[in-house]
Design a protein around this ligand. Structure first.
Ligand SMILES: Cc1cc2nc3c(=O)[nH]c(=O)nc-3n(C[C@H](O)[C@H](O)[C@H](O)COP(=O)(O)OP(=O)(O)OC[C@H]3O[C@@H](n4cnc5c(N)ncnc54)[C@H](O)[C@@H]3O)c2cc1C
Length: 293
């Protein structure tokens, strides 16, 4: 199929883009790397009258660190994140996760802003932002909004962004010396969207989690910051604490059944991922009691 006819314009600045979006409202769509939008247009899942290409706005591109905060511009491509020494140092969870996003050709064009705005519940980066307690920075003609990542995603392909706003950056605290991270996803083939995944970060004080943020993906209509982690913090984790956490997680999940997996399989894999994450971060393999071949 081919896309419906649309007009195209290239914004020269953030102000220019916001003026265009304000003028055209929900008739316009922002174009970043095009890796999700172009397929959607070609399949006629979306038929905007106007594409506002923000690809030439250099102020939206780049990675910087200042006063303990890592800032990633919305137009920063997946490949730039993968190769960045600053990301590897300050947010190694992202370096690890991004290698699971699609394939090199897509990572060469796709952007972090596009991935977050697209809000696919099976996508890696939205879950990373909630695992890393990131702030998503959004700009409209009336100013800027700073939104906790856990509040940004509202449903399948839905966020709190209005059609007249641009996602301009993502900010997150830099990893501390006692930070630890875990990333894993189950997928049928490398580069496929996940069947279930987990992007987690924690603060370790000795053998105790002072904090643990578990960002699950592909387990519902949006990435999930699992409240079940409260069962795992503040004292050394026991097998019974882990079992309580897994039961609490199960109650939080609302997985879909699709051609990839049943809801029950997703629940099972999410519980297993939790155990694997805790065992890995604490260096206690006995907590990961997966059946082994
Ligand atoms: C074959 C294939 C496999 C893929 N596999 C994966 C995968 O495993 N994991 C994964 O996470 N993704 C995957 N993707 C999607 C890919 O990562 C996209 O690059 C990403 O989702 C969107 O980034 P983009 O810059 O291309 O955004 P675009 O496609 O340009 O835009 C996506 C959406 O976000 C909006 N948007 C873009 N930028 C902004 C902004 N700054 N402010 C407001 N709205 C904005 C657009 O209007 C559009 O609705 C895959 C894509 C393909 C084609």
């Amino acid at each position: 199929m081919k896309a419906s006819a649309f007009s195209y314009t290239r914004a020269s600045s953030v102000t220019d883009a916001l003026d265009l979006l304000a003028l055209h409202g929900d008739q316009a769509k922002v174009l970043s790397g095009g890796q999700s939008l172009m397929p959607a247009l070609n399949l006629r899942l979306s038929a905007p009258a106007l594409l506002v290409d923000i690809g030439a706005i250099s102020e939206l591109r780049g990675i910087s660190e200042s006063n303990g905060v890592l800032k990633i511009g919305a137009l920063t491509r997946h490949v730039d994140i993968l190769r960045s020494p600053d990301i590897a140092k300050h947010a190694p969870l992202l370096t690890e996760a991004i290698a699971y996003v699609a394939h090199p050709a897509i990572r060469n064009k796709g952007t972090i802003g596009g991935s977050l705005a697209h809000a696919d519940p099976a996508s890696e980066l939205p879950a990373c932002t909630i695992g890393l307690d990131a702030i998503i920075v959004v700009r409209g003609r009336n100013g800027e909004r700073r939104i906790q990542a856990a509040d940004f995603f509202t449903g399948i392909y839905e966020t709190v962004l209005s059609p007249e706003e641009l996602l301009v950056a993502v900010e997150m605290p830099v990893a501390k010396s006692n930070s630890a991270h875990f990333f894993h996803e189950y997928a049928r083939r490398k580069g496929d969207y996940a069947i279930v995944g987990l992007a987690a970060s924690g603060i370790l004080e000795g053998d105790v989690f002072a904090d643990l943020r578990l960002g699950f993906f592909a387990v519902g209509d949006r990435p999930l910051l699992a409240a079940a982690s409260k069962h795992l913090t503040g004292k050394p984790v026991t097998a019974s604490m882990l079992a309580d956490a897994q039961a609490a997680l199960d109650a939080e999940l609302d997985p879909q059944e699709d051609q990839q997996a049943s809801a029950g399989m997703r629940r099972y894999l999410a519980r297993q991922l939790m155990a694997r994450c805790v065992a890995t971060l604490l260096g206690r393999p006995e907590l990961d009691a997966r059946p082994r071949a």
